[in-house]
Structure formats: structure tokens, C-alpha cells
Design a protein around this ligand. Structure first.
Ligand code: R5P
Length: 279
């Protein structure tokens, strides 16, 4: 029951003091709705504007590749060091503790595996992402691959429509099309295409001239780690990407295939958030 007596009149109106209206810290995100910004603020640390996503969605196309054979043993101990988790829904439901309090970037397209031809995918129903409390959904786009370019761009478009309706940001994941040169021209085109189609985050690969890729992409870019490298090289890759303007990493194999994965992800975090130079 509301108290109807002793209703006190307000006194501190701050008349003459302009209302504080902050801009949003993430590139290209200022005009998004509150729910989108809230979710993005869980993925990207507002203090640094950057993120360390731990990617372990590899099994959905590769099966139990090295480092993700046992998510409970290999990945769960690393969760505390990640800013965001990227995985598919089956593993999320089966093995990721809902008590971990980490935002999830849900891998949201699925179809073909490494045994056939990759990227003939469909997008999962956004309602499942809502039920899983996803902070973002990730959809692959294979720019330059004649067999799958059109359907994967359509997948992105569909995901953006659904994400906008539910306040869930979309991460466009650039798959390198067959016969494409892995250079700044290609990654710049692929990243821009994702952003133009409405992606709120783009995941792509670092390359020489990456500052141009970042400059012409209107939303934050995170880089994938790619195949396992010696630890120092992987950290240097992350360092160069951050110095070129990347907003973080979405790294998998270079973390979970490391001899010391917990130390590795913490080192990646120091590079990403503190700008430390690997040596
Ligand atoms: C790419 O689509 C995969 O889904 C991985 O999430 C991504 O490549 C990041 O993992 P890694 O650092 O192992 O390349």
C-alpha cells in the first residue's frame, strides 16, 4: 500500500544546471537503444572500450578439436578471465555454468561442417537467443565466396532484423572466401559489408595495414586469433591489432591450445586492456 500521507514536495531541481547527457563509449553505437547499449557494455569494458572474448564455438564445425574436447575441463576454468564467452547454444546449455555471470555472444548460424562445404548455414530463432539471455549473436558472412556469399549476407540481414527487434546486437564474423587474398583490401571490404548490413560488431582477421580496415569500419572490430601460434607471436598479433585501433579480440585456439591457457588469456587481457607490449 502506497503511503498517502507525508508526500514531500521535491526541492532539488537543479534549475540552471544542464542535464548531463553522455555520449556512448563505443564507436558507431551512440544511436542505439538502451538495451543494445546495456548489452554492448557487458561485452566491452566501458573503462577501456575493449573486450577479450573467449571463443569456443569451434566444435560446431570441427567437432572435438584440440583444446575443446572437454569444455568442462578445458574451457570452464578460463571463463573467469574472459570478458565475454562466444559459443554455440548446445555447449552453452550443457556445460557453461549459468552462475558464471559472463555475457554470451551466441553463435547463431549453423549448417555445414568441415566434412562438406562450409557456410551453407541458417540462422537460429532469435527467441532462443532471448531465452539464453545472449548479449549478442554472431553470424558468419563469407564475402567473396560465390557459393555462399549471398546466403550468408542474407543470414546477417535476417539476424540484424531479429536482433534489432529484441535489442540484441549482432556480430558479423568474416569468413575468408575461397581464393581471397588475406589483405587489408579484402578485410576492409568484408568488414565494411558487415557493418553496412547492420552488424554492431565485426570480427575479422589482423593483417598489415589494419588501421585502414578499422578506420573505414563504422562499428567496433575484434580480431580472431586464427591457427595456433607460438604464445609471443599471438600476443604480438593482439598488440598490433589493438595499436591499429581494434576494440579487442575474439580468441580461441591461441588460448585453449596453449600449454598454459589460463596464463595466456590473462596475458591477452593485459595487452588488450592495458596496452602492454609483449616481450
Ligand atoms: C570462427 O568463426 C570461429 O567461430 C572462431 O570463433 C574464431 O575463428 C575465433 O577462434 P580462433 O581464435 O581459434 O580463430
Amino acid at each position: 500500500m502506497a503511503d498517502l500521507d507525508d508526500i514531500r514536495d521535491g526541492r532539488e531541481y537543479g534549475v540552471g544546471v544542464a542535464q548531463r547527457t553522455d555520449g556512448f563509449f563505443l564507436k558507431g553505437s551512440n544511436n542505439l537503444d538502451w538495451g543494445m547499449k546495456d548489452r554492448l557494455s557487458r561485452i566491452f569494458n566501458p573503462a577501456t572500450g575493449r573486450t577479450v572474448m573467449l571463443a569456443f564455438d569451434h566444435g560446431f564445425i570441427m567437432g572435438p578439436t584440440s583444446g575443446v574436447e572437454r569444455i568442462d575441463l578445458n574451457i570452464v576454468p578460463l571463463i573467469e578471465y574472459a570478458d565475454c564467452l562466444m559459443c554455440a547454444r548446445g555447449v552453452l546449455r550443457a556445460l557453461v555454468p549459468p552462475t558464471c555471470r559472463k555475457p554470451v555472444c551466441l553463435r547463431s548460424d549453423a549448417g555445414t561442417s568441415i566434412l562438406t562445404e562450409l557456410n551453407h548455414n541458417v540462422v537460429i530463432d532469435i527467441q532462443d537467443a532471448v531465452k539464453l539471455n545472449a548479449s549478442a549473436i554472431a553470424v558468419m558472412v563469407s564475402v567473396g565466396d560465390a557459393a555462399t556469399e549471398a546466403e550468408t549476407v542474407a543470414n546477417l540481414y535476417q539476424a540484424v532484423d531479429a536482433g534489432q527487434a529484441s535489442g540484441i546486437p549482432v556480430m558479423g564474423v568474416t569468413a575468408v572466401g575461397k581464393d581471397m587474398a588475406r589483405d587489408a583490401r579484402y578485410f576492409g571490404l568484408a568488414s565494411r559489408l558487415c557493418a553496412e548490413n547492420g552488424a554492431n560488431i565485426v570480427k575479422t582477421y589482423y593483417t598489415e595495414g589494419f588501421e585502414k580496415v578499422v578506420a573505414c569500419c563504422p562499428v567496433p572490430i575484434v580480431i580472431a586469433g586464427g591457427k595456433k601460434l607460438p604464445e609471443l607471436e599471438a600476443l604480438d598479433l593482439a598488440y598490433r591489432a589493438i595499436q591499429s585501433g581494434a576494440s579487442g579480440v575474439d580468441m580461441g585456439r591461441n588460448v585453449f591450445q596453449s600449454e598454459k591457457p589460463a596464463a595466456m588469456i590473462q596475458a591477452v587481457g593485459a595487452v588488450v586492456h592495458q596496452g602492454l607490449k609483449p616481450a
